[in-house]
Design a protein around this ligand. Structure first.
Ligand SMILES: Cc1ncc(CN)c(N)n1
Length: 217
């Protein structure tokens, strides 16, 4: 399974070491309310706006991963993930925003707080290259795999657009993309220490928390 800790490679050690941070990031208010089907329509409208912007950032970061890819297989894997972002996920936003009943009214403070996630991952990619890209993106994707997989296991009534977003992150091709990122982390050279991976991973999770809290500001 894509979210299992089995395998004993570097990514398994990383997920085990960051387990508490991952669990805490999956428990923030927005993700808890989305899971419970209780999110306020204005809050979700704001999330749709900042989330669409982050997905654009993720596409740019995967472009950098293609540029820095150490192997053909790495190029192909990131290109597949990038393709899903620019097709399935981009179309989700166009469709969800058109049908969503509330307007997105974002305060400057909310914009700034949400924008920190993009700034962080773009800076990590520019400063530290491929190892930081795959580790930071694994943190982001593993968080969504974790909370969305748990949410689909709960018998809760949700708005169709919310349900669709959750399901999209609990099935292929998304689950394959997370497994691919894990394999890329497993294949990182030994001179990149486990401590460094943990720093990149947990720093990204901390920005994820700020991002998800931003829509309440
Ligand atoms: C903020 C955020 N983090 C992660 C994901 C998972 N792709 C996402 N869609 N948005």
């Amino acid at each position: 399974m894509a979210d299992s800790l089995s395998g004993g490679g570097r990514s398994a050690r990383l997920l085990a070491a960051a387990g508490d941070d991952l669990a805490a990031a999956a428990r923030v208010r927005l993700l808890t309310e989305l899971t419970a089907g209780s999110v306020d329509p204005e809050v979700y409208a704001r999330y749709l706006r900042v989330e669409e912007e982050f997905v654009h950032t993720a596409a740019r970061v995967l472009g950098a991963a293609v540029w820095d890819a150490p192997r053909w297989e790495s190029t192909v894997g990131h290109a597949r993930s990038l393709f899903s972002l620019v097709t399935e996920q981009r179309e989700y936003f166009a469709h969800a925003r058109a049908q969503w009943p509330a307007a997105a009214d974002l305060s400057p403070a909310a914009r700034r707080a949400a924008g920190g996630l993009s700034e962080h991952v773009l800076r990590a990619a520019a400063d530290h290259g491929y190892p930081a890209i795959v580790t930071s993106m694994l943190a982001a994707e593993q968080l969504y795999l974790t909370w969305c997989t748990a949410a689909t296991g709960r018998d809760v009534r949700r708005e169709p657009a919310v349900q669709e977003w959750i399901e999209l992150h609990a099935r292929a091709p998304f689950t394959d993309q997370v497994a691919f990122l894990r394999a890329e982390v497993d294949a990182l050279p030994g001179e990149v220490s486990d401590a460094r991976l943990l720093d990149w991973f947990t720093a990204m999770l901390a920005e994820e928390c700020r991002f998800h809290d931003a829509v309440f500001r």
